[in-house]
Write a protein that binds this ligand. Structure first.
Ligand code: NAP
Length: 328
C-alpha cells in the first residue's frame, strides 16, 4: 500500500479511498533532518506517513558548505551527500515527499492539515519540523539592496564576489563559517560583530584567526547599507566611542541568526517571544496531537544531530497517539 494518502475534498466532505486510514496516519511538515527522522520512526512503527515539504528536502543544511561533528563522518561531509543518504533512507521505507506549502493545522481528534493550494489532509497527529530561516538586521538599505549585494547565503552567492571586498555581519557559527568560506574566494572581508566575543557552540575560532584577508570590526553595529542600485558600502558605528565610518565594499553577507518558520501555527501553539515552539521532553506542544522537532522549537542547540534526535522523539510521540504504545 502506498503511504501517499489523497487529501480530503475541497468541499470539506471527506472522500477517503478504502485504503486510506487517517486514524493510522501522521503528517510531518518539513523534510529536513528532523522531519525525515520523525517520518522514519513513525513508519517503522507501522504508521502511515504524509511528509510535506514546500521547497526541497534537506532543509537549512542545504545552504551550509560543510557538515562537521555529525557522528559517523570523522572527516565531515557535504550537505548534499548527507541529505542524499537521508533521502535514500526514507525512500527505502516507502516514504514519499509531497510538495505542498502548509497553510494551517486545525486540531481535533483528527487533525486537519490544510495546504496553500486548498487541500485538506486528515490525520491522527502532526509533527511540525519546518526549521528556521535567516534573520535580517533591519537597517536602512538592507531590503532595497537585498539581492543586489546583500545576501544571507555565502555558499549560494559567494562566487558573485570573487576578488571583491565584502562584509560578513554576525558573531555566531554561521558568520564564522561564512568568513572562512569566503576568505578563499574574495579579496578582503570585514568581519563586523556588535560585541567583542564570538558566540560559538563548542567550536573554536582557530582557523578564523589564521586568515590573512580578514579584518575584524568588532564592537561595531551596522547603521546602514549604502548604495543606489547595488551595494557600494556599509556604515558602521563604534560602540565604545560612538564614531561612525563608511567602508567601501560590494557585498554584505548577513549572518545574524535565525527566525523560526512557525507563522502558520503561531496562533495555535505556545511559542517563546521569538516564535520558537515550546515543547515538552517528548516533543509534544501545547496542543494535543501536535508535536514539534528541530530548529523550529525552543532548544539549546540547533545542529543536524539534535534535529535528528528531536525527530525520533516526535515521531514516536506522534505514533503513540495511534498505537497507544509508549516506545520512547
Ligand atoms: P547565532 O548563534 O544566534 O548567532 C547570531 C549572531 O548574530 C550573534 O553573534 C549575534 O550577536 C548576532 N546578531 C543577532 N542579531 C543581531 C543584530 N540585530 N545586529 C547585529 N548582530 C546581531 O546564529 P547562527 O550563527 O545562525 O547559528 C544558529 C544556530 O545554528 C546555532 O545553534 C549554531 O550552532 C547552529 N549552526 C550550526 C552549524 C553547523 O553545525 N555546521 C552551522 C551554522 C549554525 P550576539 O552574539 O551579540 O548576540
Amino acid at each position: 500500500m502506498s503511504n501517499q494518502c489523497p487529501p480530503a475534498s475541497h468541499s470539506g466532505e471527506d472522500e477517503m479511498p478504502p485504503n486510506y486510514n487517517p486514524n493510522n496516519t501522521i503528517a510531518v511538515i518539513g523534510a529536513g533532518p528532523a522531519g525525515m527522522s520523525a517520518a522514519i520512526y513513525a513508519k517503522r512503527s507501522a504508521v502511515d506517513v504524509l511528509l510535506f515539504e514546500r521547497v526541497m528536502a534537506g532543509g537549512q543544511i542545504m545552504t551550509t558548505q560543510w557538515i562537521e561533528n555529525y557522528l559517523g563522518f570523522p572527516a565531515g561531509t557535504t550537505p548534499s551527500e548527507l541529505v542524499a543518504k537521508f533521502q535514500e533512507h526514507i525512500a527505502s521505507l516507502g516514504i514519499d515527499v509531497t510538495s505542498e506549502n502548509i497553510k494551517r493545522v486545525i486540531p481535533g481528534d483528527l487533525q486537519t492539515v490544510e495546504t496553500e493550494s486548498g487541500k485538506k489532509y486528515k490525520c491522527k497527529a502532526v509533527v511540525v519540523a519546518t526549521g528556521a530561516r535567516p534573520r535580517f538586521l533591519g537597517v536602512p538599505g538592507e531590503w532595497q539592496l537585498h539581492g543586489k549585494g546583500v545576501t544571507t547565503c555565502a555558499v549560494c552567492d559567494g562566487n558573485f564576489f570573487r576578488n571583491q571586498t565584502v562584509a560578513v555581519v554576525g558573531g555566531g557559527t554561521t558568520a564564522v563559517e561564512d568568513v572562512i568560506y569566503l576568505s578563499k574566494i574574495v579579496k578582503k572581508i570585514y568581519h563586523i560583530h556588535r560585541r567583542d566575543q564570538l558566540r560559538l557552540a563548542g567550536e573554536t575560532s582557530d582557523e578564523l584567526a589564521k586568515l590573512k584577508n580578514v579584518e575584524r570590526v568588532f564592537n561595531h553595529t551596522v547603521e546602514e547599507i549604502l548604495g543606489e542600485k547595488e551595494v557600494t558600502g556599509i556604515r558602521v558605528k563604534n560602540r565604545e566611542d560612538g564614531s561612525v565610518r563608511d567602508i567601501e565594499l560590494s557585498g554584505v553577507f548577513v549572518a545574524v541568526g535565525i527566525a523560526p518558520n512557525s507563522d502558520f501555527v503561531k496562533d495555535l501553539l505556545e511559542t517563546d517571544e521569538g516564535g520558537f515552539i515550546v515543547t515538552k521532553k517528548d516533543m509534544s506542544t501545547s496542543v494535543e496531537g501536535v508535536f514539534a522537532a528541530g530548529d523550529v522549537r525552543v532548544t539549546d542547540l540547533r545542529q543536524v544531530c539534535t534535529a535528528v534526535a528531536d525527530g525520533a522523539l516526535a515521531g514516536l510521540g506522534a505514533t503513540k497517539r495511534i498505537t497507544g504504545i509508549d516506545l520512547a
